[in-house]
Design a protein around this ligand. Structure first.
Ligand SMILES: NC(=O)c1ccc[n+]([C@@H]2O[C@H](COP(=O)([O-])OP(=O)(O)OC[C@H]3O[C@@H](n4cnc5c(N)ncnc54)[C@H](OP(=O)(O)O)[C@@H]3O)[C@@H](O)[C@H]2O)c1
Length: 326
């Protein structure tokens, strides 16, 4: 089969004219690390074959190595000519969100991937941990407030050193974006947040649009089967009805809706058929009536971030963590 060409969005905050492919493959499989690194690698190779060029990993997922191996195999198989054809995102884990730990963390990520540079490096969560640990769930006794200014300066340094083309954040509320922007010399190129028809993120999207920050939707299908996700999206009646009427799958309706919102998104599948199904969303569209129906779906954040909330920690409730955006 010919591979599908995936549209891209410009990363306005980046110094050069970089762009992000709107659709990327997620690689978070809980528990971390996935016991099956081989299937992670095979899934990534299948994705490259059908046209995926954007891959999302993180130090915490422990899939950086599988992604790196898949990239090198894709080059040796001739599926791509060089790593430069891909867009690779990784993320700084909470134990490394200390100014002096950012550089060693990205260097370790690059070593795991076997790459010389990332396309995008994100602060995974706006929180820090006292001790080096990539375990999830985290030890809540180790939660600390993050030094926004100092950590972002270290992220800026990573970009200046050429270790990553762009830098960004993840799970940032409007208020946290504003806090970061107040001292940032380089604005974040991306904010990666949970977004799907059941949690549409209108407020964050509006602010990001005004500030030239691209939103990347994670859990676009609701992250079913993960500790941070639920079946709320895949069992949504409104989406089911639209899918049946259109002869598309519910997942495709969902991903098409996310795409039509003008954001990028990362969807995880390690199944060959579903990897292909998820990319077949660029040659049809939702009608204004269908978009209107999706707009009316009652809203509920899937992941409240309870893992990061503790009486002795910097955030004592989901309201505090998300600055009221719940
Ligand atoms: N920044 C963050 O804090 C953060 C948080 C969560 C996730 N993420 C990133 O976002 C990625 C995607 O989010 P996610 O993994 O939470 O959830 P998701 O992509 O919304 O959903 C993944 C689940 O849906 C299934 N699936 C995929 N395509 C399907 C289809 N066409 N039909 C039916 N089921 C389908 C997958 O199973 P199969 O594999 O069996 O197909 C998997 O169980 C992650 O992998 C990760 O890279 C980032």
């Amino acid at each position: 089969m010919d591979s599908i060409s995936i549209p891209e969005l410009p990363l306005l905050a980046s110094p050069s004219s970089y762009s992000i492919p709107v659709l990327g493959l997620g690689t978070a499989v809980y528990p971390f690390p996935t016991s099956d690194q081989i299937s992670a690698k095979e899934a990534i190779l299948s994705a490259i074959k059908v046209g995926y060029r954007h891959f999302d990993t993180a130090a915490a997922y422990q899939t950086e190595q599988a992604l790196g191996e898949a990239i090198h195999e894709a080059i040796s198989l001739g599926l791509i000519k060089s790593r430069d054809e891909l867009f690779v995102t990784s993320k700084l884990w909470c134990c490394d969100t200390h100014p002096h730990r950012v550089l060693p963390a990205i260097q370790n990520t690059l070593k795991n991937l076997g790459l010389e540079y990332l396309n995008l490096y994100l602060i995974h969560w706006p929180v820090s941990l006292k001790t080096p640990s990539y375990d999830f769930p985290i030890n809540k006794d180790h939660l600390l407030p993050m030094d926004f200014k100092g950590v972002w300066e270290a992220m800026e340094e990573c970009q200046k050193l050429g270790l990553t083309q762009s830098i960004g954040v993840s799970n940032f509320s409007c208020q946290k974006i504003e806090t970061l922007l107040a001292t940032a010399k380089i604005p974040p190129a991306v904010n990666q947040v949970e977004m799907n028809p059941v949690w549409q993120q209108k407020k964050v999207r509006e602010l990001c649009k005004r500030k030239g920050i691209v939103v990347t939707a994670y859990s676009p299908l609701g992250g079913q089967g993960t500790p941070w996700g639920s079946n709320a999206v895949m069992e949504c009646e409104v989406l089911k009805q639209i899918a049946d009427a259109k002869g598309k799958s519910l997942a495709q309706v969902c991903l098409r809706w996310v795409y039509e919102q003008g954001v990028s998104f990362v969807v995880k599948s390690f199944n060959k058929e579903r990897i292909k199904e998820n990319v077949e969303i660029f040659d049809w569209e939702l009608s204004p009536e269908e978009v209107e129906k999706i707009d009316q779906i009652p809203q509920k954040r899937g992941y409240q971030a309870f893992d990061f909330i503790a009486d002795q920690g910097p955030y004592k409730s989901p309201e505090e963590f998300w600055d009221g955006e719940i």
